[in-house]
Write a new protein. Structure first.
Length: 324
């Protein structure tokens, strides 16, 4: 029994050692998967950061190009307007000179008008002409300013639309990148789940196999112990039976004497009961009936003694049959 208990303790130690080994294996497996998830997350963050830097660089480059183009566009407009203004002023000077000469010729042809009045009329014409040219110049400047502002707004609108398109493209690129990363993460997690379930199945199979092997070994040991115990008990019973056979004559004699003594004791009791009953019947019955009562009691006693003798013989026969 002590060997069986020692075997059970060894089996328990084996199971605990295997469970600890499998637990360590599962912890290592999950740590490996966790590191893979963290690595994927870090790589995803790095890729998104690189993409963001790339997009910022593109936006900054586009902004510089747009600023340079806007400045160039403004300079072109201003240069053209300056050229147009110069041409306009030169045209005004020529026109002013022509008009002044024409007025002088008209005044010289008019001999009836005094010289002072002619000077006043020429001065007035000059003022009117200068005023008209100043209004035309102011109108041209206003038109140029409006044209400049309108075209600058139009150019800025084109720049903003282009920048908006670039930003939308960047957003789509970022969303596509994130979607790809999420799909990869989802596929990785599915693969992790499958590998974890496969490992759990293998571990459970290994643990169950060891338990079944230990149970079979335990049952085999119990069976061998039981067979050994049965053989030992069989040998003990055989030895006991041999000893009983050797002692059977003595035992039979003792049992026969015991049965005989019980028979004799019973006969004595029956005799005492017969005597007591006979005395009682003789006392309560008339003398003329004593003979009949004695005969009846004698027959009854004889019958009971015969029954006891028959029981004695039957007990002796049964005892002999059981010991045979």
């Amino acid at each position: 029994m002590s060997g069986y208990k020692r075997m059970r303790r060894q089996h328990q130690k084996q199971l605990i050692a295997l469970e600890n080994k499998l637990k360590a294996e599962m912890d290592e497996h999950r740590l490996k998967l966790q590191k893979e998830v963290e690595t994927h997350a870090n790589n995803s963050s790095i890729e998104l950061e690189k993409l963001a830097k790339k997009q910022v660089a593109i936006i900054e480059k586009e902004a510089k190009v747009a600023a340079a183009d806007e400045k160039k566009f403004q300079q072109q407009i201003l240069a053209q307007q300056k050229k147009d203004l110069t041409t306009f002023l030169e045209s005004q000077k020529k026109q002013y000179k022509i008009c002044k000469e024409k007025i002088k010729e008209e005044m010289n042809e008019d001999h009836s008008t005094p010289k002072k009045e002619k000077q006043e009329r020429i001065s007035k014409h000059k003022e009117n002409l200068q005023h008209t040219q100043a209004e035309e110049e102011a109108h041209l400047l206003t038109q140029q300013r409006l044209y400049y502002e309108k075209n600058c707004r139009f150019f800025k609108r084109k720049i903003m639309i282009k920048r908006h398109e670039v930003e939308q493209q960047n957003i789509r690129e970022e969303l596509n990148k994130k979607r790809t990363q999420k799909e990869m993460e989802h596929a990785m997690l599915i693969r992790h789940d499958e590998s974890t379930r496969e490992l759990e199945y293998r571990q459970l199979h290994t643990l169950q196999k060891l338990r079944m092997d230990l149970i079979r070994l335990q049952h085999q040991t119990e069976l061998e112990n039981q067979l050994e115990y049965n053989k030992r008990r069989e040998r003990e019973l055989h030895r006991k039976h041999v000893m009983e056979l050797r002692q059977q004559p003595k035992n039979l004699k003792a049992m026969e004497m015991q049965i005989k003594k019980q028979f004799q004791d019973t006969c004595k009791v029956q005799t005492k009961q017969y005597k007591a009953l006979k005395n009682h019947q003789l006392e309560v019955t008339p003398k003329n009936e004593h003979k009949t009562i004695l005969k009846t009691l004698k027959d009854e006693q004889t019958r009971k003694l015969a029954i006891l003798a028959e029981q004695y013989e039957q007990s002796i026969n049964e005892m002999m049959a059981s010991q045979a």
